[in-house]
Design a protein around this ligand. Sequence first.
Ligand SMILES: *Cc1c(COP(=O)(O)O)cnc(C)c1O
Length: 396
Amino acid sequence: MIRQSLRSTASRFFNTSAIRTMSAPLDASKLKIVKSSTPSTPKPNDQLVFGKTFTDHMLTVEWTKENGWGVPEIKPYGNLSLDPSACVFHYAFELFEGLKAYRSPDNKITMFRPDKNMERMNKSAARICLPTFDSEELIKLMGKLIEQDKHLVPEGQGYSLYVRPTMIGTTPALGVSTPDRAMIFVITSPVGPYYKTGFKAVRLEATDYATRAWPGGVGDKKLGANYAPCILPQLQAAERGYQQNLWLFGPEKNITEVGTMNVFFVFKDNATGKKELVTAPLDGTILEGVTRDSVLTLAREKLDPKEWTISERYYSINEVADRAEKGELVEAFGSGTAAVVSPIKEIGWKGKDIHVPLQPGKQTGPLTENVAQWIANIQYGKEKHGNWSRVVADLA
Ligand SMILES: *Cc1c(COP(=O)(O)O)cnc(C)c1O
């Protein structure tokens, strides 16, 4: 109250840009908690469906241009109330993140590389003129939210709590302009392993008639507006028997991503016997996946450089087709938070299927399997890797 009245007094004396610099930063210490009066009991692990059930509480924080970030609130999960003219509904002022929290063997709850997600969330916000915030404060707030619902964080290998931080512009006006009102909300969903009965390799359609992202565009930001237009091509691929699109770009038919995952290929040079792990470079058309970065980092640490090259370079569907023909295509997989890795078995291109080898009797290649294990070991606290696994709540 005192601050508020000082500010309105000040606004009579200073110009607005001076006022803007006084606007409040996101501050986790101001958190207000209203507990749900109807706490739920955890669902049995085998009934968890990705993103369909949510925990008892959610986090909201509102922002205004005049005052900055307001009081963060944890409150019972429920509907938002927004003016129908709110800019999120008309011009897609929306961005999101996706990360997971895990139970560790020492009875703590950890998050996997949340600083990377917060950094990306701030980049997404800046690109569509929504407010940025102090990453560490939102990590603290997510920890408090998870702590409220800690009984709903599922236990067991492959189980976790999926966390969905979201930011929307809420300015109630139809003029297309910079939002002067915004909101962060965070909801969480207990999830099971993506592959309940072991890996299941997917068939992809190499797609060149639709484009997911382009140079100078926003394909490297997690904006909601990037996702709706990708569903129709996915349905069209599904009609032809393919689960996902392998997104190509440009006259070169460069491989960019698969569905909503980054994608990796493994080639083996017949002449030298050397293997290459390849993924597309971060040129603005590729989402900067935390899993992608983790795969590259671990591959560089763990694979013998005498046998392996790790490349971020352009490569095309034509190279994949040629090398498959020569017997040099070894493996392919998608990478992302939900599935961690997703093995690929076939790629439809020009009316034919390119076959990607799998291990005998298995639905995955050997490197895909190893990568999944390396990452799970860090996520479930069996191995340490710098500050990748961050304690956000204590169960004791
Ligand atoms: C979220 C996402 C990814 C994967 O990012 P992670 O941080 O690894 O979950 C890859 N591509 C697209 C298009 C995405 O939206």
